[in-house]
Structures are given as structure tokens and as C-alpha cells.
Design a binder for this molecule. Structure first.
Ligand code: ADP
Length: 428
């Protein structure tokens, strides 16, 4: 773990530096968010959330710290939309937004909007960002390298009916940090452990060389979007990768990319477990010759099965039996079930240890003794032991004088985006 921490620390240092930036796998993009919420924010804001399985439109009414009302509508992004031309994707988003605003009878109001766009992006200003690469199954043409805000603005303008001011484009990690910071003043890190994995943290502006005003800005801090999913893409993690990691990587459309993410995030952990099980079955070491066509299908063992298997108390296999049933692996022995549980624990524990390395790196870098981390993502939320594993491993590697607290960040991509819109609505 110390080796991983040292290597990540080195990549982050390079990511922040103008001279070394292009050689770093951890890009540490400036987010242009230089303020944290004060609880004085008020008003009605729109938020868009694109970056996972669902696309959401939200209306967030901030009336005070204990009174934030969120109305939301979710839309499925159908498979064809994930691979369509850019204009079709953004026209769809604008149409959903338009219908939502009409339904809320706000069409004649000028509204500020915060856009959560959770893909690797290079920020050009608070409200503008270029997509660096698609991840998480998206592959729409003519978006990579383009200004995403402009594409959305064009689709909004084409409809001609919406009076919307896009104030900020953020990713889900910034949303998680801001949303948590609204209630916990000492929040300095936002972390996502869901389909993907990424983090952001509060850096001193004078260290952010990729920000053009880093020496002259009046504001002391800047939130940095680490994009640490790509840590290891240059081979620095090769000595800890297993043959199973390499097999998963080969099955993905972005082979050789997002190496750290592929060891830790929800999209991949189930598949890692499946590949290990299949190997042991083929060697005759597991499930004693029981045949299961499901286990031979790529991606069929879901990450939520890991949570289920690990949620049984020791010696009990109730949830485990349900999982085995779904995988057509009935009649397994208790020894086999214990073995499956051990494999699941190994994979989820490694994930939590690697993510802990990431948090320790950031905490050490900030040199502060009292901080909170705002965390979101289904793997963190739903795995029965992830929180404890993460906490225990972080504590092992930070100084004894450091006090770290973890909070589940509520609706960062909605509430967090709206709070950023509130902080910067008068900027334009
Ligand atoms: P996103 O990251 O796309 O915004 P989520 O935070 O819901 O969305 O994460 C989805 C990921 O979480 C999927 O990869 C899924 O496999 C994983 N997941 C869903 N349910 C669970 C669970 N009960 N335990 C662990 N992982 C889960």
C-alpha cells in the first residue's frame, strides 16, 4: 500500500505541474470551483445529471441549511442513445429539460443550471469543458475533444423555448464534495465508488499550475478533479496486477485504459470474481463438476452479488444461496460457499485498500489534521463492509494526529450541482 501511495503521490505532483502534466496519468484538472458553500445560498436552481445509467433533471429549492427541496425526474439512456451522434444525445437532454421545466410551470423564469457530467473532461472555465474520452459504455460520435456545454447550449437554443443559464459544469466528485461541505464545513475530499471511481480535493491555488491565474488569483483554494481512474495506465501498477485483472481489461472497449478504476469500481469487481471462479471450476477445485452456462458468460456475475454473499453472518449462507441460485449453481457444498465468500472478500477488500491508498495520498498532500470526506456510489453505499474497510485502511496510513470522518454524500450530482450554480450564478 505504501508503494501505491508513493506512486500516486508522484503522479498527482506531475498532474498539477505545467511542465510534467502531459506525462502524468492522473491529470488533476482544475475545476474552477474555488469556493465552498456557506449555508447562505438561497433560490431555485436546475441541475442535470449525466454520467451513469440514468439521466436526471432536477429542480433544487434551497431555502436554508435544513430546508433543501429536490424534485427530480429520471430518464433511461437507452443503448442506442449511448452510441448515437452528439446532436441526438444533446437534443434528447434538452427535450427532457424543456418538458420538465414546462411541467413545473417555470418556462417564463430565467433559471441558473448546474450540469453534472461525470466523464473525464478538461475544464476550460467554470461553465465549459471538453470531453477527454467516453467511459462507462458511452461512445457517441463527435463529442470527444468537443466543448460539452456548447453542445448542450446549441440543443437548448434549437428548441427556442428555454431560458436557462448554464453556470457550471462539474463532475460527480465535485458534486459529492460540495454537497457534503454544505453540512460539514471541514469537507475537503469528494469520492465516488460506483460504476467508476474518482476523487476530487481542495488544493492551494498556487499549486495548480494548469490554472492560468494560479499565481494571481485572489482565491486561496481550487477543487482539483484528480481523474485517478487512469492511474496505472503507464504501467506503474503492473507489479500489483493479476492475470485476472488483465483478462477483465482485455474484455473492455477501453483496453489498457482506466487501470486503477478496473481494480476497484463496481463495473468490474463482479467480473473479476467470475473469472476467478471459472478458473477454479475448470481446475476442478470449485463446485465439484456442477455446470453453469451463466458463469461462462462475461459480465454475468454482478457486483451486487459480492455484497449479498458478504452480508451473510459467518457460517450462514442464506444470501449466498440466493446468488448461487441465480447463477444456476445449486447443490454447492458449504466448503464451496465459504470459498466463494473468500473470493468475494478478497476482491472487495483489495478494492477498499486501493481506494484507501488514494485517500491517504490526498490527505497527506493537504497536510490538514481534521477533515471530512463526502462519498457516494453504490459500491460504497451498499457493500456491507466497504465503509469500515476503507476507514480502517485509511487510519493505518495517515498520521495518528489526523482525524478523518466519512459521510455519505447525499445527491451530490443534484444538490451539489445546484449549490455550485448558487455560488456562481452572478459570475456571468
Ligand atoms: P453511477 O456510478 O453509475 O452513478 P451507482 O453509484 O449506482 O451509479 O453505481 C453503479 C454500480 O454499482 C454498478 O457497477 C453496480 O454493479 C454497482 N452496484 C449496484 N448495486 C450494488 C451493491 N448492492 N453492491 C455493490 N455494488 C453494487
Amino acid at each position: 500500500m505504501q508503494e501505491v501511495i508513493d506512486k500516486l503521490s508522484n503522479e498527482i505532483q506531475k498532474g498539477l505541474s505545467k511542465q510534467m502534466h502531459s506525462r502524468s496519468t492522473v491529470k488533476c484538472w482544475p475545476t474552477y470551483v474555488q469556493d465552498l458553500p456557506t449555508q447562505n445560498e438561497r433560490g431555485k436552481y436546475l441541475a442535470l445529471d449525466l454520467g451513469g445509467t440514468n439521466f436526471r433533471v432536477l429542480l433544487v429549492s434551497i431555502n436554508g441549511p435544513d430546508d433543501v427541496d429536490i424534485q427530480t425526474q429520471a430518464f433511461q439512456i437507452a443503448q442506442p442513445l449511448m452510441a448515437c451522434p452528439a446532436s441526438a444525445l444533446f437534443d434528447f437532454i434538452a427535450e427532457c429539460l424543456d418538458n420538465f421545466v414546462k411541467e413545473k410551470q417555470l418556462s417564463d423564469k430565467e433559471l441558473s443550471l448546474g450540469f453534472t457530467f461525470s466523464f473525464p473532461m478538461r475544464q476550460l472555465s467554470l461553465a465549459e469543458a471538453n470531453l477527454v474520452t467516453w467511459t462507462k459504455g458511452f461512445s457517441c460520435d463527435e463529442v470527444v475533444g468537443k466543448n460539452v456545454t456548447k453542445l448542450l447550449q446549441e440543443s437548448i437554443s434549437r428548441r427556442g423555448t428555454l431560458k436557462v443559464n448554464i453556470v457550471a459544469i462539474i463532475n460527480d466528485t465535485t458534486g459529492a464534495l460540495i454537497s457534503c461541505a454544505y453540512n460539514h464545513k471541514n469537507c475537503r475530499i469528494g469520492l465516488i465508488v460506483g460504476t467508476g471511481c474518482n476523487a476530487c480535493y481542495v488544493e492551494k491555488t498556487c499549486n495548480v499550475e494548469m490554472f492560468e491565474d494560479y499565481q494571481t488569483s485572489q482565491k486561496p483554494n481550487m477543487i482539483i478533479n484528480c481523474e485517478w481512474g487512469a492511474f496505472g495506465d503507464n504501467g506503474v501498477l503492473d507489479n500489483i496486477l493479476t492475470s485476472f485483472d488483465r483478462m477483465v481489461d482485455k474484455q473492455t472497449p477501453n483496453q489498457g485504459k482506466q487501470i486503477f478504476e478496473k481494480c476497484v469500481s463496481g463495473m468490474y469487481l463482479g467480473e473479476l470474481v467470475r473469472i476467478i471462479i471459472v478458473k477454479l471450476m475448470e481446475e476442478g477445485k470449485l463446485f465439484n463438476g456442477i455446470e453453469s452456462s451463466i458463469m461462462h458468460e462475461n459480465w454475468k456475475f454482478e457486483t451486487k452479488f459480492i455484497s449479498a454473499v458478504e452480508s451473510d453472518p459467518p457460517g450462514i449462507f442464506e444470501k449466498c444461496n440466493e446468488v448461487l441460485n441465480e447463477c444456476c449453481l445449486n447443490d454447492a457444498s458449504d466448503e464451496d460457499k465459504a470459498c466463494l465468500r473468500y473470493i468475494c472478500e478478497t476482491i472487495s477488500t483489495r478494492s477498499a485498500k486501493l481506494v484507501a491508498c488514494g485517500l491517504v495520498t490526498l490527505i497527506n498532500k493537504m497536510e490538514i489534521c481534521d477533515l471530512s470526506v463526502g462519498i457516494d456510489g453504490s459500491l460504497y453505499r451498499r457493500h456491507p463492509k466497504y465503509h469500515d474497510l476503507l476507514m480502517d485502511n485509511v487510519k493505518k496510513y495517515v498520521g495518528t494526529d489526523v482525524c478523518v470522518q466519512f459521510f455519505t454524500s447525499d445527491d451530490g450530482s443534484g444538490r451539489g450541482a445546484a449549490l455550485v450554480a448558487a455560488l456562481y450564478k452572478d459570475n456571468k
